[in-house]
Design a binder for this molecule. Structure first.
Ligand SMILES: Nc1ncnc2c1ncn2[C@@H]1O[C@H](COP(=O)(O)OP(=O)(O)OP(=O)(O)O)[C@@H](O)[C@H]1O
Length: 387
């Protein structure tokens, strides 16, 4: 048997790219072969000094990262920061200007896409409309002339994995968006890639399906122990799914770390501006809130690290102040937004416009627009940011 990979290449034009056993390390069967030692070395996939320009436009530069075998890593960043181009370069669909790509100690920079052992899933499924689900999934195996019986067995296994075994005879137009994306995933997995790349695979789906598929994707990835690089501009998706996040900004990696590090310890104001709804404040102006001068020009405070004490508080207790509260800054509520379980208040506070999040525990607790409050910061949560 010769393993292959299928990449959807460009949306609407799926291609299959056979690779040979000589090109990639050994494997043995879809699930067993993909289940990897979670403790394996960090540098299973190494990105070394990657750079890319289109004409005079720098897309990315100085990209260095190491990804462990079995790790789920997300490239997160705003539109246009270079995520998709970087992913396509890893797949071999876009040439790099500089840098080296290493998989399991082996330089793959010069290998054509079909010899990299990389599978790819795109935002727009890129299925063949005239082929049944099972034939879409079988396409890559057919290209590498996998015998019929084995092909059938592997297609069934891949479809079972994405819970579409009962839809095998349907055509793509008879499926929902979420089901189509699961076909695309089965098609990428059936050829047993060493690395799975996914470019915004959930963003074309509606919110409910997106949440469901998000969990399912993560379960499958974990059950296979499949090294995965996932692209999104949705921070919630990144925080929920990833072992580690690479935060990109204007073609560079701004910060890398797990969800907690990215969310609670942003490296600079760009990172704070992209993660959560941080209050980014000039340190001097924020003195009434934090009660001390700062050595750096800016501070960042998460909305949930601010506490409100209403001027007229005759309701039930609103919860306790943090262990180390700031001195308290008088303010007025200008806006109140219900975000489901959370209430976000916008508070005018001595020239600052602060976002303050409270848990929506009881409607009796809700404060009205125009109410006077004192805002206390949790001093243990103040992030000082360099310029
Ligand atoms: N083929 C191309 N030719 C010229 N410029 C390109 C090409 N592809 C991408 N770019 C430019 O490279 C930059 C990065 O694009 P890329 O699609 O990688 O960003 P992204 O972070 O994935 O954004 P999005 O989330 O909107 O897809 C953009 O400025 C884009 O206009």
């Amino acid at each position: 048997m010769t393993p292959t990979m299928t990449t959807g290449a460009l949306p609407g034009a799926p291609v299959s790219m056979p690779f040979t056993r000589d090109d990639v390390p050994e494997r043995d069967g879809l699930i067993r072969g993909l289940r990897r030692d979670r403790q394996a070395a960090r540098g299973y996939l190494r990105l070394e000094g990657l750079a890319k320009r289109f004409g005079t436009t720098r897309v990315f530069e100085g990209i260095d990262a190491e990804i462990a075998r079995g790790e789920f890593v997300t490239l997160l960043g705003p539109s246009g920061c270079g995520k998709s181009t970087l992913l396509r370069a890893l797949a071999g669909l876009t040439p790099l200007d500089r840098g080296r790509l290493v998989v399991d100690g082996r330089d793959i920079t010069a290998l054509p896409p079909q010899r990299r052992g990389i599978g790819m899933v795109f935002q727009h499924y890129a299925l063949f409309p005239n082929l049944r689900v099972e034939d879409n999934v079988a396409f890559g195996l057919r290209m590498q002339r996998v015998p019929r019986e084995e092909r059938q067995r592997r297609v069934e296994e891949a479809l079972r994995l994405v819970e579409l075994a009962d839809q095998a005879r349907k055509y793509p137009h008879q499926l929902s968006g979420g089901q189509r994306q699961r076909v695309a995933l089965a098609r990428a997995l059936v050829v047993e890639p060493h690395i799975l790349l996914m470019d915004e695979p959930l963003s074309a789906l509606d919110a409910r399906i997106r949440r469901h598929l998000r969990d399912q994707l993560r379960d499958i990835q974990q059950s296979l122990g499949l090294t995965t690089l996932f692209v999104t501009h949705d921070q919630e998706e990144a925080l929920l799914m990833s072992d580690r996040i690479l935060l990109m900004h204007e073609g560079r990696i701004l910060q890398q770390g797990d969800a907690e590090a990215l969310y609670t310890r942003p490296a600079n104001r760009h990172a704070a501006g992209f993660m959560g709804h941080y209050n980014l404040l000039e340190a001097e102006r924020a003195r009434p809130l934090v009660g001390r001068p700062s050595a750096v020009p800016r501070i960042a405070l998460r909305p949930e690290a601010l506490y409100l004490v209403p001027d007229e508080d005759d309701g039930p207790a609103r919860g306790t102040l943090p262990v180390r509260p700031g001195p308290g800054c008088p303010g007025i509520i200008r806006r109140r937004r219900l975000l489901g379980s959370v209430v976000r208040y916008e508070v005018d506070c001595q020239g600052m416009r602060l976002n303050v999040d409270e848990l929506n525990r009881s409607t009796r607790h809700l404060l009205g627009e125009g109410a006077g409050v004192t805002v206390h910061a949790d001093l243990d949560e103040v992030q000082e940011l360099d310029a």
